[in-house]
Design a protein. Structure first.
Length: 844
């Protein structure tokens, strides 16, 4: 398979440890909070070397002009002394650091030239090159650092990735991702508060210590020591960051199969049917000679023998689809050899079509549904006949990412994934063809200057409204992307008559319909169009129009309340309007699960001592995650961090907790949590704990129980079979331990609930000492008052509460940390999920 780079790069796609905590998913180093600066050197011209981090630490070429050359990725900056890249002071205090970059040296560089260097004010610190091609460094100008010789030598006439990491007790040198030397000496914290230079020392007395004809690419600086795996990841340049960001975005859409840097082979993509989305990030060999190239498929095995093609047979240069042995289908859309491309094929079984999206834009369809499932070839159309070449229609190129979904991705999800890979920020969320209405929608415009021409991506056309000089005019639009978050605008002048240019704007949003009602998002002046001299024709505003906005909308209205010269104008006109934003892909609701057990589902000490190998209540969190919720475990405590728990969409207190953590002052703390809350354990709701019940009598159920629905129309009972308000099927039973020991049932308080409770479900028949009518499910509104601790505590609930009793009580003589095992039958589990969904609905 064609390789675009001779460098061997290993991408880390597992858990990455981020400064201050762990982040699950692929590591996008451009979003690492420890990143100080990333200078990609991809400008290719000019004297600016921009910082790709969020910190804005841009560099400027000083003491001469740069030479731009081909880099390890994109372009590189070549520096000939005394020329340097100068970065303004960043006022850093560092106890650790990573300094790294790609280096191309045609000859040995001057002694003590540098990839990155800082000196004055403060002692010298940086990452250096010696005249014998050896790597070196300074840290706090200590002789134990600058005198160290690692015997790590960069090569000549080829790109090499060089890095050094500094920790309090050592510095580690890397060449091409391999840890090659360690200087095990003390490294105290340093002050890095002066100018930073790429290429050498910026102080005048050290002009000779500057690169001479060497090139730098993707220089980076972190405030922590990266691991060897992370060093290998940053070798991939911005493309590796984009791939990580795409991988995380794709994961949020829950694919049945996902992989990065994919080798040709057989892969199980999951059992699929109906609508299917196939997503690829690919780059073909620009010199490929294949007659046909298959991205995914199988030719002679499986129920469906089909494929999706980067190039349709025979040398069409266009994307295709094939039902092998039956028919070839050509999208009629030219591929782009040698260029990294994002592709999505969406197969619709009901309509019998497959749609193609290239770099986020719909490009065409073919009249067949490509429905692949199970084992398929990726990178070729797999064959399984005796004597046949298994690599049929091999794709000559690189497949950086693949994801397969058992549904049709939305346009917003496609756009999100494209933007993630290409590291794009907010951009225009309108598309030619979006539904649009004029405002006022009275047709008072020329036949060739209609509202839709304001968003047709063509500055040679325009929208003109004849009422615009006397009243607000504009348009309403429903972007095909769906719900979006808009934080900026651009406007482009039309071809003539500057007196018609709008000089002010109002932006509104609605989630009802294209006709509103609308809420104001932002309003202001179009400053460039309101200057003394008219803004040039066919020209976008240069002064940014940006604003704070956290509300997503499906429909927008743009109004222009004033034009440049209403006395001379007969209308308002505009060539192009862009609504700058991003798709508002819905985030999964976050549930904080309060329990004895650790974040990784490992059992608590007491549960482990009783033989448990995973959290006793894990089946509940598994059920929630399978239902599409993000679940974070939080160790039970009487002093919770309210910033953490209140950030949740829902807090659930498991049965697997110590009720003492919810008594007295702790009860008040938990009752003051503003997030919606469900409580699963009867011991926690007692009067001497949180105070939902008026007493403390709490027997356990025995055997299966069913519930009586006090309000059968309540959402908790949706989809549950009831006869005369009683469940037809059991709610919960009694479970056993792995060794066969019988646990106890649900612990139910038999005293009355607080008088502000709404009772939803009760035990339908006596179960042991639990009488019929004992409360299992009840709710309280925010603002309800609870009394606990024998009357010593009175709390006003800061958020809504739902008691939903479930989870086995531990067997007698076994650790209470084994309580909370899953005891629900199918209908009980459905009611639990119904209750969760109900508690996540924001009150009107």
């Amino acid at each position: 398979m064609w390789q675009r780079c001779t460098c061997i790069i290993s991408l880390v796609v597992l858990l990455a440890l981020i400064q201050g905590g762990a982040a699950f998913g692929a590591w996008n180093f451009l979003e690492d909070p420890a990143l100080i600066g990333w200078w990609a050197c991809d400008e290719g011209e000019g004297a600016l070397v921009a910082d790709s981090s969020p910190n804005g630490n841009d560099g400027a070429v000083v003491n001469g002009d740069p030479v731009w050359a081909e880099g390890a990725y994109g372009s590189a900056v070549t520096l000939v002394g005394p020329t340097l890249v100068e970065i303004q002071p960043m006022d850093l205090t560092l106890s650790e650091a990573t300094m790294a970059g790609w280096l191309f040296a045609p000859t040995a560089q001057p002694e003590w030239s540098a990839i990155i260097m800082h000196r004055n004010p403060g002692p010298a610190s940086g990452f250096n090159l010696l005249g014998d091609q050896q790597l070196a460094y300074h840290w706090n100008d200590a002789s134990s650092t600058w005198s160290f010789r690692p015997q790590v030598f960069h090569p000549l006439d080829e790109w090499a990735h060089c890095a050094v990491t500094v920790e309090p007790d050592k510095a580690t040198f890397y060449l091409n991702g391999v840890a090659s030397a360690v200087n095990a000496v003390e490294h105290p914290s340093i002050i890095w508060d002066g100018f930073t230079y790429l290429g050498g020392d910026g102080n005048e007395q050290w002009v000779g210590r500057r690169m001479n004809g060497g090139s730098l690419d993707d220089v980076c600086f972190f405030s922590r020591a990266l691991s060897e795996d992370e060093i290998q990841t940053i070798m991939g340049g911005p493309g590796a960051a984009g791939l990580a960001k795409w991988e995380n975005a794709a994961a949020a859409a829950e694919p049945t199969f996902s992989a990065t840097n994919v080798e040709d082979g057989l892969y199980d993509i999951g059992e699929l049917s109906g609508d299917i989305s196939y997503e690829f990030i690919v780059q073909s060999n620009p010199d490929e000679t294949q007659a046909s190239m298959c991205l995914i498929g199988r030719r002679d095995f499986g129920d469906v023998q089909a494929g999706l093609k980067f190039e349709q047979w025979n040398n069409t240069g266009t994307y295709g689809a094939t039902i092998f042995g039956v028919a070839d289908y050509d999208f009629g859309v030219a591929n782009d050899p040698g260029v990294v491309t994002h592709l999505v094929f969406i197969s619709n079984a009901d309509l019998g079509v497959t749609d193609l999206y290239v770099n986020g834009a719909y490009r065409g369809s073919v009249p067949t549904a490509i429905t692949l499932s199970g084992v398929v070839g990726i990178g070729y159309g797999a064959q399984d006949r005796e004597g046949a070449d298994p690599f049929f229609d091999d794709f000559d190129g690189e497949i950086f990412g693949v994801a397969v979904y058992d549904r049709a991705l939305t346009l917003g999800e496609i756009r999100t994934n494209v933007d993630a890979y290409f590291l794009r920020g907010p951009s225009d969320i309108t598309t030619p063809g979006d539904a649009i209405l004029g405002v006022p929608n009275d047709g008072d415009w020329p036949g060739a200057e209609t509202p839709d021409l304001a968003i047709d991506n063509n500055v040679a056309t325009k929208y003109l409204h004849f009422k615009g000089e006397t009243e607000p005019t504009g348009f309403q639009v429903t972007p095909m992307l769906g719900s979006t978050l808009v934080t900026g605008l651009t406007f482009t002048t039309a071809n003539d008559a500057p007196e018609r240019d709008p000089i002010a704007f109002e932006l509104y949003g609605s989630n009802e319909s294209i006709e509103g009602p609308y809420e104001l998002i932002a309003a202001g002046e179009i400053a460039d169009f309101n200057q003394v001299d008219a803004w040039p024709r066919f020209t976008m505003n240069a002064t940014p129009i940006e604003f704070e906005n956290t509300a997503a909308y499906e429909h927008y209205q743009i109004l222009f309340p004033a034009v440049r010269n209403p006395a001379a104008a007969n209308s308002m006109q505009i060539a192009e309007v862009e609504l700058i934003g991003v798709p508002a892909v819905a985030a999964k609701p976050l549930i904080v699960w309060v329990s004895f057990h650790e974040a990784d589902d490992t059992p608590s000490g007491g549960a482990a001592g009783a033989g448990f190998t995973e959290a006793a209540d894990k089946a509940y969190t598994d059920l929630l995650q399978a239902a599409g919720y993000d679940v974070v475990r939080y160790i039970q405590t009487g002093t919770p961090d309210l910033d953490v728990v209140n950030a949740a969409d829902l807090v659930i207190i498991s049965r697997s907790v110590a009720s003492g953590s919810f008594a007295n002052d702790a009860a008040t703390t938990w009752n003051n949590v503003s997030a919606p809350m469900m409580i699963l354990g009867g011991y926690v709701i007692r009067q001497n704990r949180m105070g939902f019940a008026t007493g403390n009598t709490i027997p356990d159920t025995i055997g299966d129980i069913m519930l009586t629905a006090i309000d059968p129309e309540h959402p908790v009972f949706a989809g549950i079979a009831l006869t005369d308000g009683i469940m037809d099927n059991p709610f919960a039973g009694v479970v056993t331990y792995a060794d066969g020991t019988l646990a106890r049932g649900i612990s139910i308080v038999t005293d009355l609930m607080d008088d502000e409770a709404t009772i939803l479900g009760t035990v339908s028949a006596a179960s042991g000492d639990v009488p019929a009518g004992a409360v299992v499910i009840a709710e309280w509104p925010a603002g309800a008052t609870l009394t606990h601790a024998g009357g010593a505590g009175t709390d006003v609930l800061a958020g809504p509460r739902l008691v939903f009793l479930t989870g086995a009580r531990e067997a007698s003589g076994i650790s209470s940390e084994t309580a909370g095992m899953f005891d629900l039958y199918e209908d009980g589990a459905q009611m639990f999920l119904n209750a969760v969904a109900y508690m996540l609905i924001e009150p009107e």
